[in-house]
Design a protein around this ligand. Structure first.
Ligand SMILES: Cc1ncc(C[n+]2csc(CCOP(=O)(O)OP(=O)(O)O)c2C)c(N)n1
Ligand SMILES: CC(=O)[C@@H](O)[C@H](O)COP(=O)(O)O
Ligand SMILES: [Mg+2]
Length: 649
């Protein structure tokens, strides 16, 4: 049961204007209540957790000091913006967060005027904020503030560096807030992270910084004019010092910090000062991911996205099951790559910042020298893989399907055109559920199908995933090899079967039927299988063919199907436009078959967030959707037969 919180202050805050009516001294209490509100709701409804707890004070201070929504606040990724949502009109609906038809787990322009930029994928905030700042300049809105809040993880991406490079010379008053909690989802990685740690901890750097500050403070102040002059002198000296030592200053961003991101009163003072300082600036804020909820502070990766939990004991609820559960596809990948790497010493594993999410963490634990977490750098991950492949390594580059969109040019330019046999394991292929449109991995089939020579495969179950991974690392092809699989669990509790090679471009017959054939690609073959079994009880016998490969297509199997069935239905967990069904339609046209063809998959529209089962249903390719389509085909066959019989007799 939801416990009613005593929201003595938060009860009176629905919008930032209400917050601004509070005294600064009341802000710590607002933060406490906001934090409790987040803990209370996420424990019951789920969602991202640690990141939003870490930004409670920053969020409160920003909305207190900045004149939002006129001043524009841009959150990077957006998974840390729950406090922002609660303070900007969505407190009453916050329990619908990430639910079907409820509010989104990320900022969305169509949800609130306070959400200035839609997010989900990382490292966009500085570019977007700079774009808005330049637009404001053009429009003569010189008093408008633009604040990008970016995490230390998101800061590792090329896109963020590109934006900083531009911001340094763009002549706007942009404020970048670097929310540094030393964490991505897993511990943050890379030289920038080392640098930020050095900046925070370096005794030498901070000693000189303090010395410069103290010396300047000893200069006597006489009147307002002198104060101004002194401040300029301070700034100049500090800047001259910092420029030598500070990466951001070297890029022409005034650097401030590091400051305690949990001292809301100090933060308001600093932000108010920053508003007065012209030019691009970066405020380095130190925060603790999971702040205020001990288990989350202690195990930050686990509490990035914990699922439902008991807010009193900190126990994460596990789904009770009496039977052995099938594993998650990601875990099958994670364990299988180790088995393969033990057999083949050329194998290495790469992930751009999804060490836990991809389960490559198992390999990192066992074979750290053959496992690479490169940070949120999908483009780099792809080209790095290409570089390694030129040297004969067998690279398993594991990228979530939707994040792979970032690495598309690298896939074409660095991998495909050079015919390099990189193995791409595209996890989260298909609809992902509550993360919604930014994270649905539905375009990969279409965007890779047009690339010459690329092998595109998808397993229907765990065994198939293992065998496709096994096949991909055999020296049977010198082409890029994609294995895409969905978020969540498979169907085989007993999944550790011996490896078997799969002939590239060969599908398999699951069952023959009469008149109607279902061609499936990947995991939805299981929905089709269940549909076939239920339809048999109604006397409808449909064939089922697991095509395994979209490219190369199993033409022999397709000829067999088109020659023996009058009604063909394709099923895929991807967009209909340009996907697997389109490939079958192209085949049908090429060979002038007349069979009726229905394509089931994600329609040409934006599919929102919700439980994945709700979304499959909405898109009509769950078991019921497939049964509905098969029955409709059957009805059309029957009425055609009736017509023929009537005409004959
Ligand atoms: C392009 C892209 N790659 C990967 C992700 C997955 N992802 C979401 S949050 C996150 C960690 C971000 O770290 P940071 O920016 O420091 O935020 P924190 O969670 O620490 O607050 C990652 C890797 C993503 N959203 N977008
Ligand atoms: C915000 C973000 O991009 C990630 O946290 C993402 O939500 C992870 O998705 P999975 O839960 O599928 O690993
Ligand atoms: Mg971080």
């Amino acid at each position: 049961m939801k416990t009613k919180l005593k929201l003595s202050l938060l009860d009176h805050i629905n919008y930032p204007a209400d917050l601004r009516k509070m005294r600064v001294s009341q802000l710590p209490q607002v933060c406490e209540e906001l934090r409790s509100f987040i803990i209370d709701t996420v424990s019951l409804n789920g969602g991202h957790f640690g990141a939003s707890l870490g930004t409670v004070e920053l969020t409160t201070a920003l909305h207190y000091v900045m004149n939002t929504p006129y001043d524009q606040l841009i959150w990077d990724v957006g998974h840390q913006a729950y406090g922002h949502k609660i303070l900007t009109g969505r407190k009453p609906f916050f329990d619908t967060n990430r639910k079907h038809k409820g509010i989104s787990g990320f900022p969305r322009r169509d949800e609130s005027e306070y959400d200035t930029f839609g997010t989900g994928h990382s490292s966009t905030s500085i570019s977007a904020a700079l774009g808005m700042a330049l637009a404001a300049k053009q429009k003569g809105e010189h008093d408008k503030q633009h604040v990008a809040v970016i995490g230390d993880g998101a800061m590792t991406a090329g896109l963020a560096f590109e934006a900083l490079n531009h911001a340094g010379i763009a002549g706007t008053n942009l404020i970048v807030i670097l929310n540094d909690n030393c964490m991505s989802i897993d511990p943050n990685v890379g030289a920038l992270k080392e640098y930020l740690t050095h900046l925070t901890l370096s005794k030498a750097y901070n000693k000189i910084r303090r010395k410069v500050g103290n010396t300047l403070n000893k200069i006597p102040v006489v009147g307002e004019f002198s104060k101004d002059v002194l401040n300029h002198a301070k700034a100049g000296l500090k800047s001259a010092f910092a420029e030598q030592a500070n990466f951001f200053e070297a890029l022409n961003m005034r650097y401030f910090g590091p400051v305690d991101g949990h001292d809301v009163i100090k933060l308001t003072a600093i932000l108010a000062d920053l508003k007065q300082i012209p030019g691009p600036k970066l405020l380095h804020v130190m925060t603790t991911k999971g702040k205020g909820f001990l288990p989350a502070e202690e195990e930050k990766t686990l509490w990035h996205f914990p699922g439902l939990f008991d807010k009193v004991t900190g126990e994460i609820h596990k789904k009770a099951s009496t039977t052995l559960q099938p594993p998650k596809y990601q875990d099958v990948f994670g364990h299988t790559i180790i088995e393969l790497a033990e057999l083949n010493d050329k194998i290495v594993g790469i992930t751009p910042a999804m060490l836990s999410g991809s389960s490559l963490k198992f390999m990192m634990e066992k074979m750290p020298h053959r496992t690479f977490d490169v940070g949120i750098c999908e483009q780099h991950a792809v080209t790095l893989s290409a570089g390694m492949a030129t040297q004969g390594l067998k690279v398993f580059c594991n990228i979530y399907s939707s994040f792979m969109q970032r690495g598309y040019d690298q896939m074409i330019h660095d991998v495909v055109l050079q015919k390099l046999p990189v193995i791409f394991c595209l996890d989260r292929g298909g609809l992902v559920g509550e993360d919604g449109p930014t994270h649905h991995g539905i375009y990969d089939i279409a965007y890779s199908r047009c690339l010459p020579g690329v092998i595109i495969s998808s397993p229907m179950n765990e065994s198939e995933l293992r065998n496709l991974m096994y096949t991909a690392q055999l020296d049977k092809t010198d082409q890029p090899f994609i294995v895409r699989y969905p978020r969540g669990r498979g169907v085989m509790p007993e999944w550790r079967k011996p490896f078997e090679e799969i002939e590239i471009g060969k599908g398999r017959i699951i069952r023959e039927g009469a008149d109607i054939a279902i061609l499936s690609f990947g995991h939805p073959g299981n929905f089709a299988n269940d549909a076939c079994l239920d339809l048999e009880k109604e006397g409808i016998y449909s064939g089922l063919f697991d095509m395994r490969f979209v490219k190369p297509l199993d033409k022999d199997l397709l000829h067999h199907v088109f020659q023996n069935y009058t009604h063909i239905i394709t099923v895929e967990d991807g967009c209909k436009v340009g996907g697997f069904g389109t490939a079958v339609a192209e085949f049908r046209t090429e060979y002038k078959y007349q069979a009726d063809l229905q394509i089931l998959g994600v329609p040409d529209q934006i599919v929102e967030h919700g439980k994945v089962e709700e979304l499959y249903r909405e898109c009509m390719y769950d078991k019921e959707g497939i049964m509905y389509t098969v029955r409709a085909s059957k009805a059309s066959i029957m009425s055609l037969r009736k017509e023929v019989l009537t005409a004959r007799f």
